[in-house]
Design a protein around this ligand. Structure first.
Ligand code: CP
Length: 524
């Protein structure tokens, strides 16, 4: 098998492929589609290697994604395995990691295609299978997310973007798109946040009632990506203004993911997001409608009357699923990629500059005390939780002691700063002269913006400002609060918990992208 920059890759979210890589995939898809339609030779795409096992693991129902992958795998003449989830040892509470570790050992190289109700499964498999591959000296398998809960659907995103490019004659300078439907639960919508970046100028109109509107995290990310974003409650409201998109992307109400309250309102929601024939004189010439499908036949957001009109772009869109997924397997199977030129995804490096050493005024005697006694030698952690409530500061002091295991002679308290009147916590640790870097990193995750003073002979020798770290991970007392996330404690997957800081100082779960405040990630 040919090893390339694409073999052993994980496509958990669309951003796992760089823009250059996505454009490469779209160019190759055009070549394959043209060659197929014109009856030309397509051998250069075929992986043709029975040592490669493609495993379809569908733990949630599917027609298009599953069947287009089945056909793609047949095209490639690789070993095809369709996992029988219903009769598998998942019923005996076997974990995802254990299941996939075993499947990895059945082929020289595996490509896993995984659909799950739980979110972040493929990201977790990337971690657990890379450890297995290293340990057993096996090639890292490729892992493809075929839709995970309400999180993302990157291969649908690929076929959608290919379809939009095709509509634009492969001109990627501009797109104006209306996203209509259940934007809250729709994973194909969430993948648009990054997938649309293949276009240089993006205008997005979001059309949904507020209860099923686009989550703030994705909306903010669209804006950070430079998209122009507008919001409307219903199609009727959208059509009252003049700047109407010529690409409409509908989704169905995701009834299976809704709570009882939302389900009661399904009729009302459907009215706001369903197209009506009498809207037709208000939409621009050349408009096309798209839909990831399936279409719910009780609440069809695109009425059946549209099917045989020029508005119908969804039938060709569904067909593109076969071509784009076939090319993806060519890339992940090592058949395509040698001629790729461009950038691969950036590897995120987590800097450690959140621990900042501050100059000290050596001659100044510190005011820190243990009880009534000044600290002569030792460590004082100051400014804990400054500006918070007395209650939250006590909580942080308690967490520092518990997590850093500081069960030594010491004292602590909550005080009012004499400079600005704000409350802050102080923890005095006399005779403790060592505070390792790892401990400081942990402190930054528990009590960001505190200061750590190392005192010798009543003089502050060193002072560190401990800022909020770019990620918080591997603590026992943190967990994702999304009950559908693979890393949620209820699923017993033994995942390493990891959160990444956003530009507005929130923390997103590495697996499912759920946004948490700093306080929310902690269980204590
Ligand atoms: N669009 C899509 O994912 O369809 P299926 O659920 O039928 O695979």
């Amino acid at each position: 098998m040919n090893n390339t920059k694409f073999t052993g890759r994980c496509l958990s979210v669309i951003n796992d492929l760089s823009i250059d890589e996505q454009m490469y995939l779209y160019r190759k898809t055009k070549e394959l589609k043209d060659a197929t339609i014109n009856g030309k030779n397509t051998d250069q795409f075929v992986v043709n290697d029975k040592n490669i096992g493609a495993y379809l693991v569908f733990l949630e129902s599917s027609t298009r994604t599953k069947e287009s992958f089945v056909n793609a795998i047949k095209f490639h003449n690789v070993k095809t395995n369709i996992f029988d989830a219903v009769h598998s040892s998942f019923n005996k509470k076997e974990s995802y990691a254990d299941t996939f570790k075993m499947l990895t050992t059945y082929s020289k190289y595996s490509i896993f295609i995984v659909r799950s109700k739980l979110e972040g499964v493929t990201r977790w498999l990337e971690c657990s299978l890379s450890q297995l591959s290293t340990r057993l000296n096996l090639p890292m398998p490729s892992i493809i997310n075929a839709g995970d809960g309400k999180h993302e659907h990157p291969t649908q995103e690929i076929l959608d973007e290919y379809t939009f490019l095709e509509k634009n004659n492969f001109d990627n300078s501009n797109i104006h798109i209306a996203l209509v439907g259940d934007l809250y639960h729709g994973r194909t919508i969430h993948s648009k946040t990054d997938g649309l970046k293949v276009f240089k100028n993006v205008t997005v109109d979001l059309i949904a009632p507020s209860k099923i509107a686009m989550p703030k995290y994705y909306k903010d990310k669209m804006k950070q990506n430079g998209f122009k974003v507008a919001e409307y409650d219903s199609i009727e409201e959208y059509l009252k203004q003049k700047n109407i998109a010529n690409i409409w992307y509908f989704t169905r109400l995701q009834l299976e993911r809704m709570g009882e309250d939302d389900l009661k309102n399904a009729n009302v929601f459907a009215k706001s997001i369903s197209y009506r024939d009498d809207f037709s004189d208000k939409i621009p010439k050349g408009t096309k409608f798209y839909h990831p499908l399936p279409r719910n036949n009780e609440y069809p957001t695109i009425p059946f009357s549209i099917d045989n009109t020029i508005l119908n772009g969804y039938d060709e869109q569904a067909m593109n699923g076969y071509y784009t997924r076939t090319v993806l397997i060519s890339m992940f199977g090592g058949m395509l990629g040698d001629d790729f030129k461009g950038k691969h995804p950036k590897i995120t490096e987590h800097s450690s500059d959140f621990i900042e050493e501050i100059k000290t005024m050596n001659k100044v005697k510190p005011e820190y005390k243990i009880g009534t006694k000044p600290v002569i030698d030792g460590i004082v952690i100051d400014h804990i939780g400054k500006g918070g409530t007395i209650e939250t500061i006590w909580e942080q002091i308690h967490n520092i002691r518990k997590i850093l295991n500081l069960n030594i002679v010491s004292s602590h308290g909550v005080y009012q700063s004499h400079k600005d009147g704000k409350y802050k916590g102080v923890l005095s640790l006399p005779d403790l002269m060592q505070f390792e870097e790892l401990q400081m990193k942990k402190l930054s995750a528990i009590a960001p913006e505190s200061t750590l003073n190392i005192i010798k002979n009543s003089v502050v020798q060193k002072k560190f400002k401990i800022h909020m770290p770019p990620r918080i991970y591997d603590f026992q007392d943190i967990s994702c609060k999304n009950p559908n996330c693979i890393s949620h404690p209820d699923h017993h997957e033994n995942t390493l918990k990891e959160f990444h800081k956003t530009i507005d100082n929130k923390f997103i779960c590495k697996y499912c992208d759920k946004v948490h405040t700093f306080k929310e990630i902690w269980d204590i």
